[in-house]
Design a protein around this ligand. Sequence first.
Ligand SMILES: Cc1cc2nc3c(=O)[nH]c(=O)nc-3n(C[C@H](O)[C@H](O)[C@H](O)COP(=O)(O)O)c2cc1C
Length: 192
Amino acid sequence: MSVRLLAFAASTRKSSVNRRLITRLAHLAGESDAEITLLDLNDFPMPLYDGDSEETSGRPASADQLQSLFASHQGLLLATPEYNGFFSPLLKNTFDWLSRPAKDGQSGMDPLRGMPVGIVSAAPGAFGGMRALPFVRLYLNNLGMMVAPQQIAVSRAGSAFREDGSLDDEGQDHALASIARQVIELARLRSV
Ligand SMILES: Cc1cc2nc3c(=O)[nH]c(=O)nc-3n(C[C@H](O)[C@H](O)[C@H](O)COP(=O)(O)O)c2cc1C
């Protein structure tokens, strides 16, 4: 049974290495019998979360649009940059808004709860963002999401990709494929 997965990088930078990584992960998941919707968070702009603005204007329309995509997919692939050992503020802000109720009162948490997620990171440095990943895992667990056990951090990301988009390090490329399979498997279990 084919499952539908969302995929995005928590970076809006034009030449984001995490976008390159999520594109590869999405491609590998597509080869493993999943339908992939690859998103760019530039298309879902949201202001920095503010309780007063939520009270006067409600959840932004972009968060509603993204939330309805979560509701129509069974899993998520996510690549995050590392900033000072933590994940990107864009990731936190996006999910904080998603977790809030919609204007019609519908729960923001419901579409997230139980959703399987594969997490990866890329950075130009030697550690590839590996310090951020445990915090991503913890944060998404707090939202009720099911983070797949395997994760990878791609170091020296500026030179880590081949022209065809695959990772030069074959072991890491295989690990990416394995993360894709884990998420697909969890998504299948969730949909039965
Ligand atoms: C404020 C800030 C803090 C950063 N901290 C880290 C860090 O802790 N570890 C790391 O590997 N790279 C760090 N970097 C470098 C980012 O990994 C690099 O900018 C990367 O390209 C961001 O991901 P992107 O290309 O997907 O946007 C930092 C960059 C910024 C702007």
